[in-house]
Structure formats: C-alpha cells, structure tokens
Design a protein. Structure first.
Length: 293
C-alpha cells in the first residue's frame, strides 16, 4: 500500500502571502536605500542630486568622527552585553535558592523591562543631575565629592551604560531563568551525590547546560546594544564633546541636522553590514559546528 500523504497545512494560505509581501518590500526598500547612498542627495540642495558611486563610502572611511562613533558603538556593545550577561546569570543563580519573599524579589526585578527607553532615559537623567540628583546625594552620604555624570566626557558613556544595564539585565534574567527551570535536575543531583562542591556543580554542570541559552541572549542583547538610540538621545544627545555619540546617533545627526541623506544612508548600510558580520562571527564562536547538537 502507498503511504498516505499528510494533509497539507491550510494555514499556508495565510502566512505564505505575508512572507512574500514582506520579502518583496524588504528587498525593494534595501535596493532603494543602496541606490540613494550612491548619489549625492541633500535636502539643502533639492533637485541637484547626482550619481557619485562609492564616494559616500570612501568619505566614511576618511571621516574621523564616524570612526570614533564606530569605536564607541563597539565599546558600548561589548561592555553592555558582557556585563548584562554576567550580572543576569549571577542574579539567576541567587534567585534559584530559597529565601524569604523570593516571589516579590523576582517580580520587582522584572519591572524595568516594562518601562520604555524614553522613561528610563528621563529617570536616569534626573538621578544623575549634578545638583539635585539622587546619585550625588548618595555619594555625599559616603563622603565622596560630587560627580558630573552626564557632563564629563570621561564618565558620560558609563552613565548611559549604567542605565542600559539597569533596564535590560532583567531581560537576561527572564530568559536565563526560563532556561534554568526547564533544564533537567538529574545531572545536578548526580554531581552533588558524587561529592562535587557547589561551585563545581555550577561551573562544570550547570553552565554547560545553559550555554546555548546564554549564547542566544548574548546575540539578542548585542543586536539591541548596537542599534541603541533612545537612551543616548534622551540622556546626552551625543555629548559632551561627542563622547557618547554612537554610529547610529551620528547617522541621525547627518540625516536630520545636516540633511545629508545620501551619506546618512551610507552610514546606515555600513552599520548594517558591520552588525551582520559581527553577529555572524559571534554566532560561529558561540555555536561551533563541532559542538553538541
């Protein structure tokens, strides 16, 4: 007898046209953006655009402000991702133990996720106010002199990083906690029965079990950190002295302050290509082909 063919999925008539439409729109818009980036289009010279080829991309390579913004983007992304993963994992391991008011603590830790980046930026801008902010008040109680959190080129990027860590570490906690609760407990119990110390159980058994979950969270947070804009716009506007100007924010300035649309789109394409290359490299490191399936 011939095997009975499985019934076709009726939902394909719903999602397949949507996928086709989104794909066509994405490809068309991408090609249009690339085409505009090959021209000299400025809103200050309407009607006088011309084809310039790769001049905008060559200009980017010779733009010291763009190179500095790219470096800050890399620095912010690496610091934010590493600190949030490490801090989130530490909090998850702490919450995995039994203690009083555990449910309340877990609930309060997730509050920053529901806040929009604009609200978070305004909140931390008030906290870091040099005259009336809570941060300097707490420092004064400890006998430490006031810090110009958002006005010092050496500290401003750290201040934005603190706000980003405060908002998105709970996201790491949520995903890692879900992975931990779904992980099997038999290997952990077996290691404890064999006489392994708690740190050995965590390092040699638990962390390898959470490796894929941590890698996925790291990829998600890296993507979000690269395209971060709201906190920088609300807290510092790229200042002081361009010390917090990332490549994403620099593209915004070029487009909506200098009205140089072609160069701004070239920056956006370069940032997209750089992000994809970095994430593919990161993915190949986190998920090697010879690793466990």
């Amino acid at each position: 007898m011939r095997p009975v063919a499985p019934a076709s999925d009726p939902t394909r008539h719903f999602f397949q046209p949507i996928i086709v439409c989104l794909t066509v729109a994405s490809v068309a818009l991408t090609l249009f953006v690339i085409w505009i980036s090959l021209h000299d289009l400025s809103l200050m010279r309407a009607g006088r655009e011309k084809f310039v080829g790769l001049d905008n991309y060559i200009r980017f390579l010779g733009d010291p402000r763009a190179m500095a913004a790219l470096w800050r983007t890399v620095l912010f992304t690496v610091l934010a991702t590493v600190i949030e993963i490490a801090l989130g994992l530490a909090v998850v391991l702490f919450l995995d133990r039994d203690f009083v008011m555990k449910r309340l603590v877990r609930t309060l830790l997730l509050v920053p996720i529901i806040m929009t980046p604009v609200v978070v930026g305004l909140t931390w801008r008030f906290l870091f106010d040099p005259a009336t902010g809570m941060a300097n008040y707490l420092l004064s109680l400890a006998g430490i002199s006031q810090v110009d959190w958002l006005g010092s080129p050496q500290i401003a990027l750290v201040s934005v990083l603190i706000a980003d860590i405060w908002q998105w570490t709970p996201f790491v906690i949520l995903l890692v906690m879900a992975a931990l609760e779904s992980a099997p407990t038999d290997p952990l119990n077996a290691a404890r029965v064999d006489g392994a110390r708690e740190w050995q159980v965590t390092w040699y058994v638990l962390l390898p079990m959470l490796r894929r979950a941590l890698a996925i969270v790291a990829l998600i947070r890296a993507i979000d950190s690269i395209k971060a804009f709201d906190l920088f716009y609300i807290m510092t506007r790229g200042g002081p002295a361009l010390s917090t100007e990332t490549l994403n924010y620099y593209g915004y300035i070029v487009a909506f302050t200098n009205f140089d649309i072609s160069y701004a789109l070239a920056i956006a394409i370069i940032l997209t290509v750089f992000t994809n290359v970095a994430l593919l490299t990161m993915y190949s490191v986190l998920f090697p082909k010879t690793g466990d399936r």
